[in-house]
Write a protein that binds this ligand. Structure first.
Ligand SMILES: [Zn+2]
Length: 320
């Protein structure tokens, strides 16, 4: 039989998606000798599943966040689908940050509407159109329509100016295209930009802590004063940040240049890993704007074993 033939086997009792609760159709896709079941869901997309896993899933009580994470994951991993082997892992997926969720939406809109100035009709302005917005709820791992609207209107349109309205439609702005270009370039990079106080008294922190921890996570640390440069040093900083996958920032002694480099990296959409000596965190010396970020602390540079381990783990968890 032609492997692309889909035979509907509608099951009226279980015609709602076990993940998001939207109405679904179920089909069997013949793949050589065995058949693979496929669910067609307006929100989660078309995904494969193993029947025993779906039975287990229906027996569980999931939080709306777990459902949102699984629905978003299925949009990105439809071929892997839900099996009895991966079910436990899928119920414990890490939740992307608010910025990451908005970014997923922007990346999707850029891919599906690649022409500059092309109008994007999301179905969330004017009359609501579930067929248009339901897939987008999963694209940005949202729990509901209100969360999707927040990413579109408050985050991407008002705060980042990455979308602008045109009637009931949206258009991707030049700032957003530039951000998306940068994003795809940096995803390939193995470089990690290091911003910190270059006073020699911090050499041990760098040589025994930061440098080996970044290398253990699979990246190459780039510290501008140790880098053989061809441009003026301030141009070199910009060039190195532009080429990096992420930035590591140690705020100890609160240098303005370190804050500038962190801000520049964030403006490019790079992830920033924050660190500071513990006494300065406790005494609230960190600038108000940066206090909201998770901060790795260190106390002494004579034993950096634990700091090194935490830093490597943190990089591996955050930079995916
Ligand atoms: Zn679904």
């Amino acid at each position: 039989m032609n492997p692309s033939v889909l035979i509907p086997i509608m099951n009226p009792d279980q015609s709602k998606c076990a993940v998001c609760g939207q109405p679904t159709a179920e089909t069997t896709e013949f793949d050589g000798q065995q058949d693979r079941r496929v669910i067609q869901c307006t929100q989660c997309g078309n995904y494969h599943y193993v029947q025993v896993a779906l039975i287990l899933l229906r027996q569980k009580t999931l939080s709306s966040r777990q459902r949102a994470n699984l629905s978003g994951w299925l949009r990105e991993n439809s071929a892997e689908g839900i099996t009895d082997k991966n079910l436990d892992r899928l119920l414990d997926l890490p939740t992307p940050t608010v910025g990451e969720r908005a970014e997923k939406l922007l990346v999707h809109l850029g891919r599906t509407h690649p022409k500059p100035g092309q109008e994007i009709h999301l179905g969330i302005s004017g009359q609501l159109e579930p067929k248009r917005y339901q897939p987008l709820i999963a694209v940005c791992w949202s729990e509901n329509l209100a969360e999707l609207q927040y990413y579109v209107c408050e985050y991407l349109e008002k705060t980042k100016a990455f979308l602008k309205t045109r009637g009931h439609s949206y258009v991707i702005t030049p700032e957003a295209w530039s951000f998306l270009d940068q994003l795809s370039r940096n995803k390939q990079s193995k470089l990690a930009f290091v911003a910190m106080n270059f006073d020699p008294k911090f050499n041990r922190l760098y040589d025994d802590g930061i440098d080996p921890a970044i290398r253990a996570a699979g990246y190459e640390p780039k510290r501008v004063d140790r880098h053989l440069h061809v441009y003026r040093i301030d141009d070199e900083i910009i060039v190195l940040i532009n080429q990096s996958r992420f930035a590591f920032v140690d705020l100890t002694e609160q240098k303005q240049s370190v804050y500038f480099e962190a801000g520049y990296a964030m403006g490019l959409g790079l992830k920033v890993i924050w660190s500071c000596r513990k006494d300065e965190i406790d005494e609230k010396k960190i600038h108000f704007d940066a206090r909201q970020f998770p901060m790795l602390d260190w106390t002494t540079d004579t034993d950096l074993t634990d700091y090194r381990r935490r830093l490597t783990t943190h990089i591996k968890a955050v930079i995916r």
